[in-house]
Design a protein around this ligand. Structure first.
Ligand code: SF4
Length: 528
């Protein structure tokens, strides 16, 4: 439980590191918005900020929005950092900057929990989830905030029940600068896909918050100004199906009460298509997108990676079912699997056409620590420790062939004509199946109309006038305008623009082939 007061109070600076440019962070869409600068508010650091004793002043900086300044470091008595493997070098760099001011620096979150040895310079390693290690860190800093002589590793043995989690300190973040709002209902996943570190890090028995906590978080997000899309960052929204069914009526009631101000999105396994009772309630709660880790359309590959649950319904049928409830499917895809053949790229492109999924995050296989894949490849001596590569896996096919196939798939899948044809299908079929919600006063407000006008102006000018695929864009846009579908036009154009620009860079070798790759295209800063 959060302490009300611990004396003496310490001033804590929470710094979230910059992301490396990635397919899934949509940065090429930001210039089309009314000032978005970052992807989603980071749940972990905002949770820790809310958990700190109530009398401790906290400052939160997301370096995707602005860098922590000299004044921030001079204000602080200790610095907290959190992030994923892909932010490793940026986290080490923040540590160096804080040390220049003589500050103790603590690191928590998924990367250090999986790989403490990536962070030799930090003063405190917080390994694991919120729990007894967090209490110990707070007690230690209360006693003495100065840097310890040697690194101190604190490991959570007793996790705080999620029902005791405070509402993340969304009020500390510049919420309007984010592309999406974020919220977390559960943690962990019952499956054991070979490449995934979630079961190892967070367990196979999903832990959950109460529906009342989620409603309180939605209220707070709304108070902080979120009216667009909110993403449930849970690794698998139906990891505990009963819990999902318990939550959904509360979400439906909240949406009805507030006038459907938020569009919801989540991640879930594709076998959700077998659960019409869940899909129907999600439709009523105004879920509009589900990210499914389809990974590959090849059944042999799914079997080999222990993802048989993706085959509980034929994949295309599953996607169609989800679409029929008004929800667009976003798909994760992996290339470089042991089962890949020279023709895998063509099979994947055929799947993209048939599924009509607009957004597929196509990544090269990357072995993450704490996964069965890592252990297997280590046994087979197939882990490659070379940061100049796009993957740490020694593929069975020649490395250059796999990377070339990835570049080709990115180039073809995201050709503007092909992408906007898939979006046109989604507008006509999937979006048409969505709940018809009343237009709330909040959505009709002048502030909201002004936002939409700014976005339309940016899209028309930057894509429709100056863009090199303007002819394809106008064909799509005029149809949407004729249908009065401004929302479909804005959402598809913004995300579509990011995908097209990113895929072009990728196909020219200017982007990482894995969301998990720590390879940086800009100057990197090593650990001290
Ligand atoms: S279903 Fe998703 S979250 Fe669960 S183990 Fe597989 S990849 Fe990980």
């Amino acid at each position: 439980m959060r302490a009300e007061r611990i004396e003496p109070a310490r001033r804590i600076l929470c710094v979230f590191p910059r992301y490396t440019s990635s397919f899934g962070t949509f940065e090429h869409a930001y210039p089309l918005t009314d000032g978005v600068q970052a992807f989603m508010p980071p749940q972990g650091l905002l949770l820790i900020a809310a958990y700190l004793p109530a009398n401790w002043p906290v400052r939160f900086i997301d370096e995707n929005i602005r860098a922590a300044t000299k004044e921030d470091f001079e204000w602080a008595e200790a610095v907290f950092v959190s992030g994923m493997h892909i932010q490793r070098q940026q986290m080490n760099e923040i540590c160096q900057r804080a040390h220049a001011f003589g500050l103790a620096v603590a690191i928590g979150g998924p990367s250090v929990s999986a790989c403490p040895d990536y962070y030799p310079s930090f003063d405190y390693l917080h390994v694991g989830e919120l729990g007894d290690a967090t209490d110990e860190l707070i007690a230690t800093l209360a006693r003495d905030p100065s840097r310890p002589e040697a690194q101190v590793a604190l490991t959570t043995n007793e996790r705080l029940p999620m029902t005791d989690f405070p509402v993340p300190a969304y009020e500390l973040a510049e919420i309007s600068r984010y592309f999406l709002g974020s919220i977390q209902y559960s943690s962990g996943c019952p499956y054991q896909c070979e490449f995934c570190d979630i079961p190892g890090l967070y367990g196979r028995n999903p832990r959950i918050k109460s529906p009342q906590q989620i409603i309180a978080e939605l209220d707070k997000l709304r108070e902080c100004g979120v009216t667009g899309s909110v993403y449930f960052v849970d690794d698998n929204f139906i990891g505990n199906r009963k819990a999902a069914l318990d939550l959904l009526p509360h979400l439906i009631a909240w949406q009805k009460k507030t006038g459907y101000v938020m569009r919801l999105a989540c991640e879930a396994t594709l076998n959700i298509a077998k659960r019409p009772e869940i899909l129907e309630k999600m439709r009523e709660a105004f879920f509009i997108t589900i990210f499914c880790g389809i990974e590959t359309p090849d059944p042999d590959a799914l079997k080999a990676m222990q993802k048989d649950h993706n085959m509980m319904v034929p994949i295309l049928e599953g996607i169609h079912t989800i679409n029929s409830y008004g929800m667009e499917v976003v798909s994760g895809i992996i290339m470089g699997l042991d089962t890949d053949k020279p023709e895998t790229g063509d099979a994947l492109l055929a799947f993209v056409e048939q599924s009509r999924i607009p957004l597929l995050t196509i990544n090269l296989l990357q072995a993450l620590p704490k996964t069965p894949l890592w252990d297997r490849l280590a046994r087979e001596n197939r882990l490659v420790h070379d940061d100049s590569r796009d993957s740490n896996v020694d593929f069975l096919l020649p490395y250059e062939d796999v990377v070339d196939a990835w570049r080709r798939c990115m180039a073809i899948a995201y050709q503007p004509e092909k992408l906007f044809a898939r979006y046109a299908y989604q507008c006509e079929y999937t979006y048409a199946n969505r709940l018809k919600v009343p237009v709330s006063p909040e959505l009709k407000s002048w502030a909201n109309i002004k936002r939409a006008l700014i976005m339309l102006r940016n899209i028309f000018w930057k894509v429709g006038v100056r863009g090199d695929y303007r002819r394809v864009f106008w064909k799509f846009a005029l149809t949407r305008l004729r249908h009065g579908d401004i929302e479909g036009l804005i959402a598809s154009s913004m995300v579509g623009h990011h995908l097209i620009v990113f895929a072009r860079d990728a196909s020219r070798g200017r982007q990482n082939a894995s969301n998990y790759s720590i390879r940086l295209r800009e100057a990197s800063v090593p650990a001290e």
